[in-house]
Write a protein that binds this ligand. Structure first.
Ligand code: TXA
Ligand code: MG
Length: 321
């Protein structure tokens, strides 16, 4: 079991000695380690059971400090950083040699982000190195949005979890980079595309897949519960699985079903608010995954605002390996 608390000094001590600490951010909890220490970085991969071809995001406390780690900072990306950091935005920038190969899986660009959470901001400001931090879940599983989510899966492997409560955004950061003059979105996430386009104009959304050499970690089946997860029209799915006498749970945006027990259905947002739906998404998937059911049924969100990023996660949860 990990110690769970809010002691930044304690967290700092572990990190300075090369150990890993789970950190709260506004998106999801991260599994943090000294990004400049290859053996700490190696233990991140080992603890998550993550393949080493899947690079890590580094986290630091301010835009100014990013200059220590990147060789250049193209103007449009700098504008995005100025507008949205601290916040749910990750930028792919040409790396300086100080960043170990292991962090970027040998790629030329390093993923950088300044997260927004009071405890983690204070911790990062007190460290003289950035933190490499993937989401604090075993590889392929749903990202954690509470300290208890981290404890239940990685608690036995790390000494400390910095408890920052529930993550406010609930989806991983939006990943943005440039290819020649084009702005490219490599992962939909907690920062809406429309907000990005207001600053830099139209963007190109890169279809993720495991064959994508730019973001090798964006595998098709990801963020997945252990139970079968089926995405579609809930009326027909409920009818089909009832007819087959299957035990199922349902996750909808706002609809409720009279014939399904309270504990086996979740409305992500009764008012249909997609920000609230994003915030509740991963905790809801985890909860339903723990119920005694054969299958989890879910519906897509409207394709506006964070609905697109939620749909991306739902599709990955439903994808066959
Ligand atoms: O919100 C977030 O981004 C959270 C919190 C903890 O900051 N972190 C997170 O990390 O989601 P992770 O490791 O679960 O997802 C990072 C994604 C991976 O799919 C990886 O392939 C991609 O970012 N990535 C990281 N570095 C990259 C690079 N240099 N080039 C392309 N893709 C990169
Ligand atoms: Mg992850």
């Amino acid at each position: 079991m990990a110690e769970i608390g809010q002691d930044i000094i304690q967290a700092k001590k572990f990190l300075e000695s090369g150990k890993l600490v789970a950190i709260p951010t506004e998106t999801v909890y991260g599994l943090g380690g000294n990004a400049l220490n290859p053996s700490a970085v190696a233990s991140i991969f080992e603890t998550k059971n993550r393949p080493s071809f899947d690079p890590l995001i580094i986290h630091t406390s301010s835009l100014e400090r990013v200059n220590d780690f990147v060789a250049s900072f193209p103007d449009p990306l700098r504008k995005l950083a100025e507008a949205f950091w601290p916040g749910p935005l990750t930028l792919l920038l040409p790396r300086k040699k100080i960043i170990p190969d292991l962090v970027t899986s040998g790629l030329d660009r390093v993923a950088v982000r300044v997260p927004k959470h009071p405890l983690t901001s204070e911790l990062l400001a007190s460290l003289d190195f950035p933190l490499a931090a993937p989401s604090a879940n075993p590889f392929g599983y749903i990202s954690p949005t509470t300290a208890m989510h981290v404890e239940s899966q990685l608690g036995g492997k790390i000494p400390y979890i910095l408890d920052g409560g529930n993550c406010q955004v609930g989806l991983e950061s939006t990943i943005v980079g440039m290819e020649e003059e084009k702005i490219v979105i490599y992962r939909l996430g907690g920062l809406e595309i429309s907000k990005i386009e207001k600053i830099v104009g139209p963007v190109h959304i890169r279809d993720h897949s495991s064959s994508n050499p730019q973001a090798p970690g964006l595998l098709e089946s990801h963020y997945a519960p252990r139970k079968p997860f089926v995405l579609g029209d809930l009326d027909s799915l409920v009818e089909k699985y009832s007819r087959e006498n299957k035990r199922f749970a349902v996750m909808s945006l706002s609809r409720s079903f009279d014939q399904i027990g309270e504990g086996l259905q979740i409305q992500l947002s009764e008012l249909g608010d997609l920000n609230q739906a994003a915030q509740k998404l991963f905790a809801s998937m985890r909860f339903l995954d723990e119920q005694e059911v054969d299958v989890i049924l879910a519906e897509k969100m409207p394709a506006i605002g964070l609905g697109n990023a939620i749909n991306d996660r739902l599709k990955r949860a439903a994808a066959e390996v």
